[in-house]
Design a protein. Structure first.
Length: 278
């Protein structure tokens, strides 16, 4: 009997150890590209191409060359401004839409929601040319309205808020209506505070997507003053001779804000994705 218990003990701990080893390996594979990009910002082109995995002494040189050749300050300001504004507008529009789809539920809204879900299956590249032609005819090229309009409402975010609204207690809504609150007051005073983790998760995803957006900003904005950080990274990777130290410095600067935002909101993000409502 004791022998069987001993076998079960070792079997249990070996299984747990294998799981930990697997998680460590997967975590290393996930983090390694970010580590390599950060370390490469300290190295020159020869060291990067040589596969050096430790920092060297070229950080200041790479940063100086990047500042001299690219509009880093302008790109940072544009990226922060567009990402923050797009995040705020997306949270407002998609949360109201998701709340309305679930709370004021009927079969016609289900049909509309189904159409939105089908739209998620269409790749953005497939609609890029028609969108460009439409925005060109509307005189929205090189305008912030044209920049934001396609991104302030997405089927995924509407579905995300709708699924969260399913956990919102319906009895609370009825009680609030009896107490004299109108629909807007119920949404602002009750739904928004209770769905704080959902808003944090949505803000994290939206900010990261807005910050990393490249294709549509590149198409709709063609002036040098409208450059964003992903566009700046692309600009460093052009020419006959590429300074990979400068490229990796730009990549590092472009990656840092999204990393900071994720770590600041990771707890709320995990709670919202897990479906918890506080």
């Amino acid at each position: 009997m004791k022998r069987m218990k001993g076998k079960d003990y070792w079997k249990k701990h070996l299984s747990r150890g294998a799981i930990y080893v697997f998680l460590i390996v997967v975590s290393f594979i996930s983090v390694f590209p970010l580590y390599w990009a950060f370390i490469s910002a300290f190295n020159n082109t020869a060291e990067i191409l040589g596969g050096r995995m430790l920092p060297s002494t070229h950080f200041v040189e790479n940063f100086k060359n990047l500042i001299e050749t690219q509009q880093v300050g302008r790109a940072m300001i544009n990226s922060f401004a567009t990402s923050i504004l797009q995040t705020l507008m997306t949270l407002l529009v998609c949360s109201i839409a998701g709340y309305g789809f679930e709370i004021y539920h009927d079969k016609y809204k289900d049909i509309v929601m189904t159409i939105l879900m089908l739209a998620m299956m269409v790749p953005f590249v497939a609609i890029l040319v028609p969108m460009f032609q439409m925005f060109s005819k509307m005189k929205l090229l090189n305008t912030w309205v044209g920049f934001f309009l396609p991104n302030i409402s997405t089927p995924f975010m509407i579905m995300f808020f709708r699924n969260s609204a399913r956990n919102f207690p319906k009895d609370t809504i009825e009680a609030a209506r009896i107490d004299g609150l109108n629909e807007l007051q119920i949404f602002v005073r009750m739904f928004v505070p209770m769905m704080r983790p959902t808003y944090a998760a949505a803000a994290t995803m939206t900010f990261m997507n807005a910050w990393n957006a490249y294709l549509w900003p590149k198409v709709i904005m063609s002036t040098s003053d409208s450059v964003t950080m992903p566009m700046l990274v692309s600009n460093t990777n052009t020419g006959y001779v590429i300074d990979f130290g400068v490229v990796m410095m730009a990549v590092t600067l472009c990656s840092l804000p999204t990393v900071v935002v994720f770590f600041l909101l990771q707890k709320q993000f995990t709670n919202a994705v897990a479906g918890s409502v506080k």
